[in-house]
Ligand binder design. Structure first.
Ligand code: MRU
Length: 376
């Protein structure tokens, strides 16, 4: 997508072939800074500190992290150590483990001297596939937006609400939840996006507003508490969110606060969709509320906020009394079928509502989901 008018991906192999470039997302939207990562330790730090974040992007970063480890030392021990280090960087999004396992499975049977090259190639393939997946999600989601647009007065915008950042910045390119919005914009359909600020890390305010602004998509920032009110007053046509892990029965882990938006959408009959790339499905977990590990982050993310002052300097300020303790669960789980009828639309089976995916490689869970609910 565009950044300062230039087509840019969020991660790339640098020209030296021995380091990986990223946009440092902890600096956005106040500064556009790129960083160069040259070791698995640097990649693990970039993931845990959220210089790179978003489920698909941390998967891609992890894959490159493993390649960097193998370029330094291609032994089995190095592969194991780097895999463990990177997998521990963030626990909730399954894409990270998925990508690490995929690269490890690709290189393990190879002679040590061939491993690094193969790992870099696999990481590159993961990136390219992510873009293709997101374009597929965009096409499916566009159908949905088009159907809503047809029911509205000619020229009236389709009003979407999204939570956190599941856009271009959370993936290698295009985004998941935001991909259909870009597809609609490219087709000339009028769209407008309500963006949840998404406390405590403010990915909505900092990142989604930044990227929608860069692409020229009309949007309005709202506080996290506004969505239900807007839905009650008929101001939201469609909610689309991303996801960090979806279980076999359709439980959806996503940024903290997603569950409350799902409840408000259900209460108001507003369609609630999850944009789901297939690497985010975890068939090994049945009950998401019970078994998906929820990342606990520092309470300081709640007691403090980062912003830009009138002097143009970025500052971090405390917003609670000095000794206040804060809890900071970073994700929640919206139960899937049958309670919330979270279904998937796939490349192979169109027409299934409430969630759309690029493809489902193992149809076991999909069949169960199809049986559990009805298309809307
Ligand atoms: O903590 P973050 O910023 O990595 O959380 C990101 C989200 O929750 C996104 O909605 C999710 O990863 C889907 S991204 C396509």
């Amino acid at each position: 997508m565009l950044i300062e008018g230039r087509l840019t991906r969020t991660i790339w192999l640098e020209d030296d072939g021995a380091s990986v470039g990223i946009l440092d997302q902890t600096k956005l939207p106040f500064r556009i800074e790129r960083a160069r990562l040259a070791s698995p330790e640097a990649v693990a730090h970039a993931i845990s500190s959220m210089q790179v974040r978003g489920a698909p992007l941390i998967g891609a970063a992890g894959a490159y992290g493993l390649a960097l480890a193998l370029a330094r030392d291609p032994s089995d021990a190095s592969l194991r150590t780097a895999h463990d280090l990177l997998a521990r960087a963030r626990p909730t999004a399954v894409n990270l483990r998925w990508a690490l396992d995929r690269v490890a499975a690709r290189v393990r049977p190879l002679a040590q001297k061939a491993r690094a090259t193969a790992a870099f190639a696999e990481a590159g393939a993961i990136c390219d596939e992510d873009v293709a997946i997101n374009e597929g999600i965009g096409r499916h989601g566009l159908e949905l937006i088009e159907a809503i647009a047809k029911r509205k007065k000619p020229g009236a915008p389709v009003n979407l609400l999204t939570h956190c950042n599941a856009g271009w910045l959370a993936t290698v390119d295009r985004g998941t939840a935001i991909s259909p919005i870009y597809a609609a914009q490219e087709k000339g359909l009028p769209v407008h996006v309500f963006v949840d600020e998404t406390r405590p890390r403010n990915q909505g305010a900092y990142l989604t507003c930044f990227e929608l602004g860069e692409q020229g998509v009309p949007h309005t920032l709202i506080s996290d508490n506004s969505g239900g009110h807007l839905m009650q007053h008929g101001l939201v046509d469609l909610v689309i969110v991303g996801t960090d892990r979806v279980t076999a029965k359709g439980d959806v882990a996503n940024k903290i606060g997603t569950y409350l938006k799902a409840l408000a959408a259900k209460d108001n009959g507003v369609p609630f969709y999850v944009a789901l790339p297939s690497p985010t499905i975890d068939f090994s977990v049945e009950d998401g509320v019970r078994d998906i590990p929820i990342e606990e982050r520092s309470g300081e993310e709640v007691t403090h906020v980062v912003g830009i002052g009138q002097d143009g300097e970025v500052a971090r300020v405390r917003i609670a009394p000095e000794r206040t303790k804060a809890a900071n669960p970073a994700f929640d789980v919206t139960p899937g079928a049958p309670r919330h009828r979270t279904h998937y639309r796939t490349r192979r089976r169109a027409g299934v509502a409430r969630g759309f995916a690029d493809a489902v490689s193992r149809p076991r869970g999909l069949r169960r989901l199809l049986a559990a609910g009805r298309p809307q």
